[in-house]
Design a protein around this ligand. Structure first.
Ligand code: M6R
Length: 596
């Protein structure tokens, strides 16, 4: 999704700070980029392509200014072209605007402005904003009032940042799209996400919907729609800027897969007491849910399916919903507690679902990684997964941490009979994962099947979401066809797709009825000549029917669903690497999907 950076008060290096900040937002996914600097004049440079293209473009220009804004664009209105890249200008060239989100009434505004004589150069919804500001300035408004007036005419979601020629201030506003200020010693920043300025400061102020912000060389202010100053808390970001580097790994995703033992330790630290068999997640432990509805998207939806299974297991009605469906076709909520699982805390579909649940009177909980994110601030409760920053677009360590955090939630709020055993297994997880990372045969499997026609994944119970996640990882970073199925569903249709060139990854753990039945499904696949890769703890006899085995330590079924997934992450990663794909920034995808 689009990324915004703005800065004021830098000593002669505004351009470098903007471009470097944009490079830290690359992980969000984008297809063009640009900057605008305001000094006596306004200078703009923008282009389709990558930050490297922007770097080359700015090298040939003499761009200067004491304040500036920058943007990475992920196309919604119009293709990725130089003209559609942000910043966008008004007719005079004195107002530059960058925007994240979607302006829903842009067409009527554009028609009105065009009729009044404004000339448009792009296909974007954003371009109406500088022209609205231009009109307000022409009517005598000061720059801040002009921005307020323009923003007041917008319907939809936006974070906007604006600079005006000859004015040493960056103006910004937010509605439904993230925006955060960074407070340096003598310089101030704004961005859609903290990594953009984390090298310069760890002190941040989160802007809320309906608020306006301004930064200049002397400081910052936040105000509400009426213009009244809002006292905002200043938070400190705890993670180190080094965490957003690759630390010698070829890709962020590989680094993040390897960070899982540490991420899980962080998630569990201070929250589990193995000896006493207790879990402490603060007030959340007193929630006592009678029913639970999970809402989430993508990988987080798979974590939600896993979470729902845990509550059902102890007799509490629980269901996971795709947030995009829930938002527009909500089920009856009754007394259900609604849990939004979202790594970023900014996914528009998940926020809509949570808001819908809130409007219907439900209590809501955000299970998220990002402190201060919109979900964290809007929900009644929050449970942080503490995975640390995840830069690769493909979620890896955050999935494992979501699984661990949902275990904590279920242990703290329900009467689980084997609680002690689960806590012990959770404690062992970092070590179990390290064992897999040190000794996985995933690369060998990836090499063997890199030219497969398609990849299928099957699992039951806790392993069903693992099968879905294995397939999602494979498709998003290899661009190859991959599907995950509940093991029992294979024979109801998908079996027709199975051939000797479609490996089937079967996640089979434990030796209960679920394992026995899944082994039966594996035999059905084997009888049709498809190669079988069993991801197993060796408790069942699946190895007899499998062509290859990816081993995981035998443990509680809840945690083998975490370790099995690590093997599948590695298979997807190595397949993508062998195919030469863009692993950290897969085509068409964005890390944080802030449009519905
Ligand atoms: O930030 P969220 O967890 O709400 O993101 C939801 C999905 O967009 C996300 O999980 C996506 O599916 C993953 N990046 C895929 O690896």
């Amino acid at each position: 999704m689009c990324g915004i950076i703005g800065c004021a008060g830098r000593d002669g290096d505004t351009l470098d700070v903007l471009v470097e900040g944009l490079s830290k937002l690359e992980y969000r996914g984008y297809d063009s980029a640009g900057v605008a600097l305001s000094g006596a004049d306004l200078d703009v440079c923008k282009c389709a392509g990558k930050i490297a293209d922007l770097r080359s473009a700015v090298e040939n220009r003499d761009l200067a200014g004491s304040v500036g804004i920058g943007h990475t664009r992920w196309s919604t209105h119009g293709p990725p072209t130089d003209e559609n890249a942000h910043p966008h200008l008004d007719c005079t060239g004195d107002v530059a605007v960058v925007h994240n989100g979607i302006i829903e009434n842009y067409q009527s505004l554009r028609d009105e402005l065009a009729t009044a004589g404004h000339r448009f150069k792009s296909d974007t919804d954003t371009e109406v904003v500088p022209h609205l500001i231009e009109d307000a300035l022409a009517d005598g408004a000061d720059p801040e009032s002009a921005v307020r007036e323009a923003v007041g005419r917008l319907d939809g979601s936006y974070a906007v940042a604006v600079v005006v020629a000859g004015v040493d201030t960056v103006f910004a506003a937010r509605n439904d799209s993230p925006l955060v200020l960074g407070l340096g010693e003598d310089a101030y920043y704004l961005a859609s996400d903290v990594p953009a300025f984390r090298d310069h400061t760890d002190r941040v102020v989160y802007i809320d919907d309906g608020e306006f912000a301004r930064i200049d060389g002397d400081g910052w202010t936040v105000s509400d729609e009426s213009g009244a100053v809002v006292e905002k808390p200043v938070d400190t970001v705890e993670w180190d800027p080094e965490e957003t580097g690759k630390s010698g790994y070829d890709h962020f995703m590989l680094k993040e897969i390897h960070e899982q033992p540490r991420a899980l330790r962080q998630c569990l630290q201070g929250r589990v007491d193995e000896l006493g068999g207790q879990v402490d997640i603060g007030d959340l432990g007193t929630l006592n849910p009678v029913a639970v509805q999970f809402v989430a998207c993508g990988t987080s939806y798979h974590a939600a399916l896993y979470g729902a299974e845990m509550f059902r297991e102890v007799g509490i009605p629980a269901q996971a919903f795709l947030a995009s469906e829930y938002a527009t076709s909500p089920p009856p909520i009754g007394d259900a507690f609604v849990v939004g699982v979202t790594q970023s805390g900014e996914t528009a579909d998940t926020l809509s679902a949570l808001r819908e649940a809130g409007r219907r009177g439900a209590r809501t909980l955000a299970v998220t990684n990002v402190v201060g994110s919109t979900a964290a601030r809007e929900c009644d409760h929050v449970l942080y997964i503490r995975a640390g920053p995840e830069i690769g677009v493909a979620a890896s360590k955050t999935f494992a941490s979501q699984q661990a955090a949902l275990n904590l939630l279920s242990l703290a709020t329900t009467n689980v009979t084997d609680g002690r055993e689960i806590i012990a297994a959770l404690r062992d997880l970092p070590g179990d994962i390290q064992e897999i990372l040190d000794d996985s045969r995933a690369r060998e499997i990836a090499k063997r099947y890199r030219d497969a026609d398609a990849y299928f994944f099957i699992g039951r119970g806790y392993n069903y979401p693992v099968a879905l996640e294995g397939a999602l990882k494979m498709k998003e970073i290899t661009y190859e066809h991959a599907e995950g199925f509940a093991a029992g569903e294979l024979k109801h249709g998908p079996l027709a797709l199975v051939t000797e060139n479609t490996p089937v990854f079967a996640v089979v753990t434990g030796d209960d009825e679920r394992a026995t039945k899944t082994v039966g499904n594996v035999k059905e696949v084997e009888a049709r000549d498809a190669p079988v890769v069993a991801v197993t703890d060796g408790e069942s006899d699946v190895e007899r029917y499998a062509d290859h085995v990816l081993e995981i330590p035998a443990q509680h079924p809840r945690t083998t669903a975490v370790t099995a997934n690590v093997q599948l992450q590695l298979v997807a990663y190595h397949t993508a690497a062998l195919l030469g794909r863009s692993i950290d920034k897969p085509r068409h995808l964005a890390k944080s999907v802030t449009v519905e």
